[in-house]
Ligand binder design. Structure first.
Ligand code: OGA
Ligand code: ZN
Ligand code: ZN
Length: 367
């Protein structure tokens, strides 16, 4: 990265240094911010009134009133410019999708390519970053293979369901996952403060009638709600909803808006599970607006424009960003044959860390 685009000019204002790069982009950096981020190890305190020069090669060289010198590379400053436009430009490149787009752009990779080399791995993680899901084909159907795939990405996320959990119909259902009813689109572990990031669902056998998998891009649906019903969108981004999961040895609860934004208004996560929603506890004037907005969002999640339905065969694994892409399955008939999936999770910071490290390696190799 270093030295790609140098600094053309820089000037001091009372509180900032204004930088212009050779490609015409510009940003301002506060004195206090620059002193705080001085790359040398001694710096702790912020002071004002520095002298500056732009060196050959495009570095920014500052001399502070106490004689201390700070040297910033042009590339580092460009990567850390913090005005809103710069922050927004650095957001991850996401492609929001509907079912129509998925007719031609279905993201899928082969297990062998992901497992055998870093190129296959970074390609796969890049697809997950862009689309929020990817189907891994041609996996062995041996018990626990999904853990190998997940460990290729990062640490496993544990929960009360264990590191490796089963989805199959059982004689005595103790969770909806163990029945054969339709599971409408939802995110998993909504009652946890941090919903797991990547979710893996590996199909070992799928011989029963029905049971097609469902995926919905929660961010695309949220955008559609914002476009068509902006007041509903505001309600769902601002009303705290509690979710709770109880079993004989567990009682977890967390309350967040169904659509959660970051500080710049970008999408942070969707948290949605009708089955685990706790009784709404908000002021009276927010009850009716919430239910109207929740109904509108729920209807959009089920709209065929957004609900992608496909069949997993033995050896397929659907992998998705559980905080963006909702999942579910159609009803199936367990009398017609067995259906068995195995699943696990990897947290968001772990899989993004893996992607960043791999991209760093790639950048390094390109030099
Ligand atoms: C679940 C689930 C999907 C499926 O168990 O939470 O979403 O295909 N299962 O059975
Ligand atoms: Zn310093
Ligand atoms: Zn689920």
């Amino acid at each position: 990265m270093d030295g790609e685009v140098g600094i053309r000019s820089a000037g001091i204002t009372p509180h900032t240094v204004a930088v212009r790069w050779e490609d015409g982009t510009a940003a301002q950096f506060h004195h206090v911010w620059l002193r705080d981020n001085c790359p040398c190890t001694q710096c702790r305190h912020a002071e004002v009134g520095e002298r500056l020069s732009v060196e050959a090669g495009g570095h920014l060289d500052l001399t502070w009133p106490d004689g201390h010198r700070s040297r910033f590379s042009a590339a580092w400053l460009a990567q850390h410019a913090y005005e809103r436009d710069h922050r927004v430009a650095r957001r991850p490149q996401r492609t929001l999708w509907d079912t129509n787009r998925m007719r031609t752009e279905l993201p899928e990779v082969d297990f062998a390519d992901v497992m055998s080399g870093d190129d296959g791995l970074v390609h796969w993680l890049g697809l997950l970053r862009r689309y929020g899901f990817c189907i891994v084909r041609q996996m062995p159907t041996a018990d626990g293979t999904v853990l190998e795939l997940a460990r290729r990405v990062g640490n496993l996320r544990d929960s009360n369901f264990g590191l490796l959990w089963q989805v199959e119909s059982r004689p005595v259902p103790d969770s909806l996952a163990y029945t054969s009813v339709k599971l409408t689109a939802h995110t998993d572990l909504v009652s946890r403060e941090a919903q797991p990031g990547l979710q893996f669902l590996h199909c070992l056998v799928n011989d029963s009638t029905g049971g097609e998998s469902i995926l919905v891009d929660g961010f695309a649906v949220a955008e559609e709600l914002r476009r068509t019903e902006p007041a509903h969108w505001v309600t769902l981004t601002s009303t705290p909803v509690a979710f709770r999961y109880q079993s004989p040895d567990t009682d977890v609860s967390a309350a967040f808006p169904v659509i959660r934004l970051d500080a710049d208004g970008g999408y942070y996560e969707v948290r949605y599970s009708n089955a685990l929603m706790a009784p709404l506890a908000v002021d009276h004037d927010r009850v009716l607006p919430f239910y109207a907005a929740y109904r509108a969002f729920s209807e959009l999640l089920r709209d065929p424009r957004f609900e992608l339905s496909f069949r997993l065969g033995a050896g397929d694994c659907e992998v998705f960003d559980n905080r963006r892409v909702l999942h579910g399955r159609q009803e199936f008939d367990p009398q017609t044959g067995p259906r068995h999936l195995q699943g696990c999770y990897v947290d968001t910071d772990d899989w993004l860390s893996r992607l960043r490290v791999l991209q760093r390696t790639q950048d390094f190799r390109l030099r």
